[in-house]
Ligand binder design. Structure first.
Ligand SMILES: C[S@@+](CC[C@H](N)C(=O)[O-])C[C@H]1O[C@@H](n2cnc3c(N)ncnc32)[C@H](O)[C@@H]1O
Length: 284
């Protein structure tokens, strides 16, 4: 295990279960966001996201799910993702341990052909849970979105006395539309399952306050810690892969070098000299 501390932002390189067990105090974290390997065969820099059996994957997940709940404060919030095929198991496991307040669908479009003989997968599920449904942070005013229907058409709500125009803003529902991180987006890093800044912004703004501690045990490109820092929260990120940890050191701790190695974002193909930016084809 390697630990890098910088101001209020800690990055651990190592195994999530070991670090949760040995390094993080019980009941110490305000918000945990977990985006684990999904057991669907992605290649995380040589580490294959595929367990021998579904049972073994779930056994592994239940161990870190329990640890996350142990590390969460009594008024803390917990967001967890996995693939559509495994989220029902998480749901059943968690519903007797915490309060699942929302079953969120993160929906996105794709320019590529997803499937020809069945309906392609265009969403990822997220469970939003709290330990105490009478005592948790939810800053609804910080995440308001445009209320399209009534306000756009200048409708009047005659059920109110006196009648009033419809609101222009509302708390988002449980279907969230955010584009996936694409190669040409400025936030793109070299990782197969990077989550968008916008998605983490909504979660961190809603479910934590300035100065709170946000933990992500499978940090990948450290989107969670990056956004937590931007929003004045403290962060703890854990990641097993050294190359991804280097992304975190650059993105979150703003290091330019580690052990003599320069930490720079790889230039994109079209940023390299003499190569024109593509206009027609957008690689995903
Ligand atoms: C789905 S990705 C997370 C992506 C991340 N949310 C982001 O925005 O970039 C899961 C990450 O877990 C890491 N990982 C896999 N097994 C791990 C383990 N046992 N402990 C810590 N990290 C692990 C992988 O290297 C991968 O980067």
């Amino acid at each position: 295990m390697i630990k890098h501390c910088h101001n209020n932002h800690t990055i651990y390189q190592g195994d999530a279960i070991q670090i949760l067990k040995n390094e993080i105090s019980d009941s110490s974290v305000d918000l945990i966001f977990v985006d684990p390997p999904y057991n669907i065969g992605k290649d995380f820099n040589g580490l294959l996201d595929k367990w021998e059996t579904d049972e073994l994957y779930l056994e592994w997940c239940y161990e870190w799910l329990d640890l996350c709940l142990k590390k969460l404060k009594p008024n803390g919030s917990f967001y967890v993702m996995t693939s559509t095929q495994f989220i029902p198991y998480f749901d059943i496991y968690l519903r007797s341990r915490v309060n699942i307040l929302s079953r969120i669908v993160w929906s996105y479009d794709s320019s590529g052909v997803q499937a020809k003989n069945f309906y392609g997968s265009m969403y990822e599920p997220i469970l939003f849970c709290v330990k105490d449904k009478n005592n948790y942070t939810f800053n609804s005013n910080d995440i308001l979105v445009e209320a399209k229907t009534g306000a756009k058409r200048n409708l009047i709500d005659y059920r109110k006395n006196p009648p009033q125009p419809y609101n222009n803003e509302k708390v988002p529902g449980n279907v969230w539309d955010f584009p996936r991180v694409r190669y040409r987006m400025t936030e793109y890093e070299n990782h197969p399952t990077q989550k968008p800044v916008a998605l983490l912004e909504r979660i961190i703004k809603a479910s934590s306050n300035q100065g709170d501690t946000v933990l992500d045990p499978f940090s990948g490109t450290f989107t969670t810690s990056y956004v937590a820092k931007k929003l004045g929260r403290k962060s703890i990120g854990i990641e097993i892969n050294e190359d991804f940890v280097k992304i975190g050191l650059r993105r979150v701790q703003e290091l330019t070098e580690i052990n003599g190695e320069k930490l720079i974002r790889e230039p994109k193909i079209y940023e390299q000299k003499n190569i024109q930016q593509p206009t027609l084809f957008e690689p995903e």
